[in-house]
Design a protein around this ligand. Structure first.
Ligand code: CP
Ligand code: NVA
Length: 296
């Protein structure tokens, strides 16, 4: 029994295996082939924060694999009234076959996993978003192959942390363009893992030769109080059509939800370079691969 808490929990071989499974499942779905490999299995989806893509893609993934999914809102459970995580984990382990959890604090997910005898999957924390970047690997592979140069623009946040670790594991070259003070907190870990990641302050220099431009919101969930300061600090780091021209006919990615006119312009979202909606679709195919691997 294993958990998926950090993308660094997986080896290169395991990640490439997930990629292969996701590719096959995507083709199967197009042909209308569905295998009920998770029949009689139930996944709990525990959310302390809102979600559109993670929630829907995990739920549909479970249903299409023949299993069940329970959407559990934190505040509807006794958790919301202070029941300890460790009791919740022990009880859930007796009813279910897996837990996907989105929590404010990464430590909450670590604590849940510590007391769970069933697999725990991180569906986003303040530190990482491993399922997102696994799905992004499918998008990058489909569009640019496995030798892509990736430039991240904006906040070195949870998604960025997982992406630099993924790049370190797979050997992608990555540049993070961010203002001072917004570097990804797992940068030193990525470098220790042998990652080819560097920080660049100038967005134009950062995107030179990039095959992939990737951005995310400047104000993540839980950072609403810092909105004004962040909007000021990130000025100049938005993906505009002008910036896209400095790169190598790149694909433009965003994990969504997007704030048009902040980190990305509407023209870029609507341009031929954008693969953002395909990227969102790929969450479904990769979620299935993850579920088969961890719950199967
Ligand atoms: N990208 C992502 O995780 O989206 P949701 O917050 O809608 O799940
Ligand atoms: N960085 C964003 C990602 C949302 C999917 C957040 O944490 O809010």
């Amino acid at each position: 029994m294993r958990h998926l808490i950090s993308i660094a929990d997986l080896s290169k071989r395991e990640i490439l295996e997930l990629l292969n499974i996701a590719i096959r499942l995507k083709e199967d779905r197009k042909k209308g082939i569905f295998e009920e490999k998770l029949k009689n299995k139930t996944l709990a989806m525990l959310f302390e924060l809102p979600s559109t893509r993670t929630r829907i893609s995990f739920e549909v993934a479970m249903l299409e694999l023949g299993g069940n999914a329970l959407y559990l809102n934190w505040n509807d459970l006794q958790l919301g009234r202070g029941e300890p995580i460790k009791d919740t984990a022990r009880v859930m382990s007796r009813y279910l076959h897996g837990i996907m959890i989105r929590a404010r604090k990464h430590e909450t997910i670590v604590e849940l996993a510590k007391f769970s005898s069933i697999p725990v999957i991180n569906g986003l924390s303040n530190l990482e978003h491993p399922c997102q970047v696994l799905a992004d690997l499918l998008t990058i592979y489909e569009q640019k192959g496995l030798n892509a140069k990736i430039t991240w623009l904006g906040d070195g946040n949870n998604v960025c942390n997982s992406l630099i670790l993924l790049s370190a594991i797979l050997g992608f070259e990555m540049v993070v363009a961010c203002p001072k003070g917004y570097e990804p907190s797992l940068l030193s870990k990525a470098l220790e893992m042998g990652g080819n990641v560097r920080i660049e302050r100038d967005p134009k220099k950062a995107v030179r030769n990039a095959d992939v431009l990737y951005t995310d919101v400047w104000i993540s969930m839980g950072q609403e109080a810092e909105k004004e300061k962040r909007l000021r600090d990130f000025k100049g780091y938005e993906i505009s059509l002008d910036l896209v021209k400095f790169a190598n006919d790149p694909i433009v990615m965003h994990c969504m939800p997007m704030h048009r006119g902040e980190e990305i312009s509407d023209e870029v979202i609507e341009s031929k370079n954008s693969v953002i909606y395909e990227q969102a679709e790929n969450r479904l195919h990769m979620q299935k691969a993850i579920l088969l691997n961890f719950l199967g």
